[in-house]
Every structure is written in C-alpha cells, then in structure tokens.
Ligand binder design. Structure first.
Ligand code: NAP
Length: 367
C-alpha cells in the first residue's frame, strides 16, 4: 500500500491505544503526519501497530507512560512535536472513586501541559484537548434548554465529593465521577492558560456520546470502549431491555470527533482558546434498536422496546429510518459552532449506527 507523502510534522497523541486516540492517530497518518503515541502499556498498542497502523511503521513512535500524573511523565514524548492531542483519561464507569477517575484526569492534564510548555520546544503550535459535553452539560437543566459552549458543568465536582455523604448508590457513582473528571480537567486547562500563558494554542473539543466504527475491532466485546458497549449489547441481543441513556443522550460519530480534533490543530490560530462541541443530535437507544431490527431482520434478539417513540424520524422510500431528531421542546446539545467553523455537517446518527454495527458484525457473544 502506498502511503501519503510526509508533511514534515510530528503530532503526539496521548492514549493512542484508545477508541478515539487510535482514530485520530490513523487519520493523522493518512494526512501525512508522523505520530507519537503514549499508552500506559506498550503492549496495548501491539494490535494497532500490527493492524491498521502497519503501513506507517516508519512514521510511528510509541512512548510508555505508566502514570500520566507523575511529574515530567510526558517530557520525553513532547520533545520536538508540532501538535499534541491529549486524549488519555479514564473512561470506565465501573471506576467509581475520586482517586481512580478525577485525579488522573486533572493530573494528566496538568502534567501534559507542563511538559508541553517546558520541554516541547518553540515549534509546538497547539495542544488540542479531548474534553467532553459532560464538562458543559448540567444535570436537571430546564426542559427545552440548549447546551452550548457557553455552558459550564456546575454540579458534578461537588456531587462527586459528596457521594458518601449523599448516600449515592454504587451503580450511579461511576457516571458522576466521570462528569466530575471532565469538568475538573477543563477547569485545569483554563487555569493553566490563565496563569502560565503558553505561547502555543489550546483548544478543547467536547464530544457527546461517541459511536462509530473503531479502527480496530477488539478481540472480544468486553474490550470495546465504554460507549460502544450499549450499542453492541442491543445489536447482539445481550439485553432484553434497552439500556438507559448516558448523560445528555446526545451522540457523535468517532470519525467526526477525529476530524474536528485535526481541524482544530490545523486551524489553531482561529481556534485558540475556543471550545467546540462535537454532537450530531440525540441518539436514543430506542432508535438504535429500531434501525438495527430493520437492517438485520435475522437477528431476532434485538430488543423491541417501544418502537419509534421518544424521537422524531424521517424514512426513505424503502421505509428505513434515515434521520433522527429530538422532539421539539426537549433539551438538547448544540453542535452548530463546529459545523459552521469546519464547514461540514455531522455524520447522521442512523448512518453511524449502521456503520458501527457493520464493523462489529465479526464480534460474538458476551466476552
Ligand atoms: P477509551 O477507548 O477507553 O480510551 C481511553 C484512553 O485513555 C486509553 O488510551 C486509556 O489507556 C487511557 N486511560 C484511561 N485511564 C487512564 C489513566 N488512569 N491513566 C492514563 N491513561 C488512561 O475511551 P475513549 O472513548 O476513546 O475516550 C478517550 C477520551 O475521549 C477521554 O478523554 C474521554 O473522556 C473522551 N470522551 C469520550 C467520549 C465517548 O463517548 N467515548 C465522549 C466525550 C469525551 P489504557 O488502555 O491504559 O487504559
């Protein structure tokens, strides 16, 4: 396979082995960048290096960073890079303590930014940070509220500190800790920018719940990232009841998440200091079930739920749902700013569902 000519630039991606990090890495390679990737364990990058990254082996370096909170952890990896995508952060809703979720998110952000400032060199143009809609969205916002980049999550950090005092059940703590981790990490970014005044641009990207085809399908369903698991469990008929939605319930395709990260780096002079939400609209699990039942009639275990309820839809001439949107008056997340900035619409939710399911067809069973 012939690979694109080198564009002479090197970008660093933390968490290269993850769902989003590996997509940004592959897209960067496809666009002529050389990449550096960090991971807590080099072994967790082997399948990527032997698989989708293999044609680019001469343009890839992997750095093992076992503890992203350790001072100077990223010093070696940042030296000489032109851009940084800070993607690594805990995304595991089974982790439900401040120390395992919030501490690495804040510490990793501070460590990375400090290494970038002190060790990268003057060629560094921009650091793009993968934040989340969770850092902006407020639980219990009024019906009809539209969350934008102007919002700030004001509930999660306090809620996470008080889970014991408030008697929050174990099963709900992971989601609260995750939201707190993203809200606190975003504050750390803002504080760093205000106090250290770095010469490079800093941009934060705020995806809603990410689905879409992974660049590497894992060897077993249990190794899927956290936000592909509900879609897979519907697709594989592992659940008779539709999973409850995460957070705001909005979704975005991983291909668009990667595109906006790279756009932000390449357009950092206009994007510097900005937040960009990446969200195509509501992504109800009922819609996933309805679309997959129509596409895979032979899969009799896909849950039925309440077909075609809870969302608005358009169908094509064959009766297939091709567009899903929120019921007017219900709360939603706006991804309009990034659409206007990048000049490109989001991949629609129905397309994302079908492309994700297609990619996961080869997976079998529960683990
Ligand atoms: P993922 O596949 O689980 O990837 C997470 C990455 O972070 C992995 O490389 C993981 O490495 C690393 N990581 C996790 N905990 C860590 C820790 N304590 N110390 C160092 N590295 C750690 O999840 P993802 O969906 O791609 O998420 C990547 C980023 O996107 C995260 O910042 C997440 O908050 C953000 N995001 C995700 C979504 C979504 O819906 N998926 C939405 C908004 C924002 P290991 O293999 O070593 O654990």
């Amino acid at each position: 396979m012939s690979i694109p000519a080198s564009n002479g630039k090197v970008v660093l991606i933390t968490g290269i082995n993850g769902y989003i990090g590996s997509k940004i890495g592959l897209d960067a390679l496809n666009q002529g960048y050389s990449i550096r990737g960090t991971s807590r364990s080099v072994a967790s990058t082997h399948a990527l290096l032997a698989g989708p990254f293999a044609p680019y082996s001469d343009r890839i370096e992997i750095f093992e960073v076992p503890d992203i909170t350790a001072p100077k952890a990223f010093d070696a990896a940042v030296k000489g890079v032109h851009g940084i995508f800070h993607v690594a952060s805990p995304v595991n809703f089974a982790l439900n303590t401040w120390d395992t979720v919030v501490v690495p998110a804040i510490g990793g952000t501070n460590t990375l930014l400090t290494s970038a400032l002190e060790q990268a060199g003057s060629q560094l143009e921009a650091v793009v940070i993968t934040s989340s809609v969770a850092a902006l969205w407020n639980r219990g916002s009024p019906e009809g509220y539209v969350t934008t980049e102007a919002d700030e999550n004001t509930w999660a950090v306090e809620a996470a500190k008080n889970v014991d005092a408030d008697g929050i059940p174990e099963a709900q703590r992971g989601g609260i800790m995750y939201a707190a981790s993203k809200a606190a990490a975003l504050r750390a970014v803002q504080e760093f920018r205000d106090t250290r005044k770095p010469p490079f641009s800093i941009i934060t990207i705020h995806p809603s719940i990410v689905i879409g085809p992974p660049v590497l399908v894992p060897s077993s369903p249990s190794k899927l990232n956290e936000t592909l698991k509900p879609l897979y469990s519907i697709f594989a008929g592992l659940t008779g009841v539709l999973p409850t939605r995460y957070g705001s319930g909005a979704t975005i395709d991983v291909r668009d998440v990667s595109r906006v990260h790279l756009w932000a780096y390449e357009n950092h002079t206009i994007a510097n200091g900005e937040k960009y939400i990446a969200s195509s609209g509501i992504g109800p699990n009922q819609g996933i079930a309805d679309i997959l039942r129509a596409q895979y009639p032979e899969r009799k275990n896909i849950p039925i739920g309440d077909p075609e309820t809870g969302y608005l839809f358009k169908k094509d001439a064959n009766g297939r749902i091709v567009e899903i949107s929120h019921v007017p008056g219900t709360s939603r997340i706006s991804g309009q700013k990034a659409v206007e900035a990048t000049g490109k619409e989001w991949i629609g939710f129905p397309q994302s569902i079908l492309d994700t399911a297609k990619a996961l067809e080869s997976l079998n069973g529960e683990d």
